[in-house]
Design a protein around this ligand. Structure first.
Ligand SMILES: [Zn+2]
Length: 450
């Protein structure tokens, strides 16, 4: 297996852009680790020069529903006389979910993962909840759609953790919704069995009670037996919190805590409407929070009060209204500023400290939430890295690290390595046009948006 040096202008290490630093990778086939970070010695190993680039750790998209990429541009208008909200958007999303067949699921997911790689994400936590045929009958292979999504990531070389969703009901005292038939399992043991099968197939897999709306307290307790990371949507919309209070006389994080789910293995996705007691629970349990700033803006969810928590916060692109790690990083900070009427809110020290704190949220905190090692350029970690083109005009005459975070974009990412495999080259995914065409054909064939 060939070892190879990357030799950029700068390498991002521990909050600092270092010069005269090279990175040695152990392999280029997707299994590569970082062997050393430092001055290059004399050797005969191959090297990849990047004289105009900054090398950063790959970003982590800790919360994704890949198939929702198929809604891009189709839900950015309202029907006459309709006041749009999260709930009207959800109907459009359900219509898409209803039409998908396995080929379309794979094609659209592949497109989403390709776009993520190109934007600088190297790992995705895929919150996967479409499991069955449209009438709710399981596929002959019960994990057909989950494995299609995993295969989609492998096709383009993205590191994936599949978060196998548990969805038990429409909601407390709510009639079953036929639009949710594909999501629903009859019993939480079936979810655990799926988790076990996927793990046996070599998939990195976690378990994901969809929300306290979709899982009863019994389901949550049963799922707490699974020895893995746990992700759940928590308090994304006020209506969910109200339903939770009506059913349990407790708030969502309190219900999850009662079920034994809150720990450092747990990630609360969104948490846009917590109260003080929930924030205290979060603090005590060392659980993670995944904020999805661009989706939360797009859906009008509200905003996670990042300035009130000490919990490790990571980032996700959720519905893929936008796929750009830079937009998520600065979105977290800018949202806080807009709410508080202050500047530079995320705790930090020094001129580059805020940028470094936001990069942590986009990298190592995401790996932690997904139960993986990595998220930094350091020896022993996975060789997941991205190169940013410093010749771009938006970086000229700037303090570089803050400019990368506050002015960077997916378009500035030129090269991406996942496990040492060079998956984005000079801004292009090999075969990317064919992947885009395949997804377009799938959407047309199913007449999803007719
Ligand atoms: Zn979500």
């Amino acid at each position: 297996m060939p070892m190879i040096w990357l030799e950029p202008k700068y390498v991002y290490v521990d909050g600092v852009l270092k010069e005269n630093t090279a990175v040695l990778m152990s392999a280029t086939d997707g299994t590569g680790k970082i062997v050393s970070v430092g001055r290059r010695g004399h050797d005969d190993l191959a090297s990849f020069p990047l004289p105009q680039s900054a090398l950063l750790p790959g970003f982590v998209n800790a919360h994704s529903h890949a198939f929702q990429r198929g809604l891009r541009g189709w839900a950015q208008h309202s029907a006459p006389g309709v006041e749009d909200s999260f709930w009207t958007w959800r109907e459009a999303m359900y219509a898409l979910a209803h039409h998908l067949d396995p080929d379309a699921m794979e094609a659209i997911s592949t497109l989403a993962f390709a776009e993520m790689l190109k934007a600088g994400f190297t790992t995705v936590g895929e919150f996967h909840y479409v499991h069955h045929q449209p009438d709710g009958t399981p596929y002959a292979d019960r994990d057909e759609l989950a494995m299609r999504v995993v295969h989609a990531a492998r096709r383009v070389g993205m590191r994936i953790v599949l978060l196998r969703v548990a969805y038990g009901r429409a909601g407390w005292r709510q009639e079953p919704n036929p639009r949710q038939a594909r999501f629903i399992d009859k019993h939480p043991d079936l979810v655990i069995a799926s988790w076990e099968r996927l793990r046996a197939l070599g998939v990195d897999v976690g378990v994901a009670p969809h929300s306290v709306r979709a899982c009863s307290a019994d389901w949550l307790r049963t799922l707490s037996r699974v020895p893995s990371i746990v992700h759940a949507h928590v308090a994304e919309q006020p209506a969910e919190v109200e339903q939770c209070l009506a059913e349990h006389h407790k708030r969502p994080l309190e219900v999850l805590a009662d079920a034994g789910l809150l720990s450092d293995r747990f990630t609360a996705v969104h948490l846009t409407h917590p109260d003080a007691a929930e924030l205290e629970l979060l603090h005590q349990s060392a659980a993670n929070v995944c904020a999805c700033p661009t989706t939360e803006l797009d859906l009008g969810d509200g905003f996670f009060p990042a300035w009130q928590v000490t919990a490790p916060v990571c980032l996700g692109t959720d519905s893929h209204a936008s796929i750009d790690p830079f937009a998520e990083m600065r979105g977290l900070e800018w949202h806080s500023r807009a709410v508080l009427g202050r500047r530079n809110v995320t705790p930090h020290a020094g001129m580059d400290g805020l940028a470094a704190a936001l990069i942590d949220r986009g990298t190592r905190n995401g790996m932690r939430a997904l139960g993986l090692e990595g998220g930094a350029i350091q020896a022993g970690g996975p060789a997941d890295m991205i190169a940013i083109d410093l010749r771009r005009i938006e970086f000229a005459a700037s303090r570089l690290l803050p400019a990368l975070v506050f002015n960077g974009s997916a378009a500035a990412v030129t090269d991406v390595w996942v496990g040492g495999r060079h998956v984005v080259k000079e801004g292009h995914i090999p075969g990317g046009e064919a992947l885009a065409l395949e997804a377009e054909r799938a959407i047309r064939r199913l007449a999803i948006h007719a």
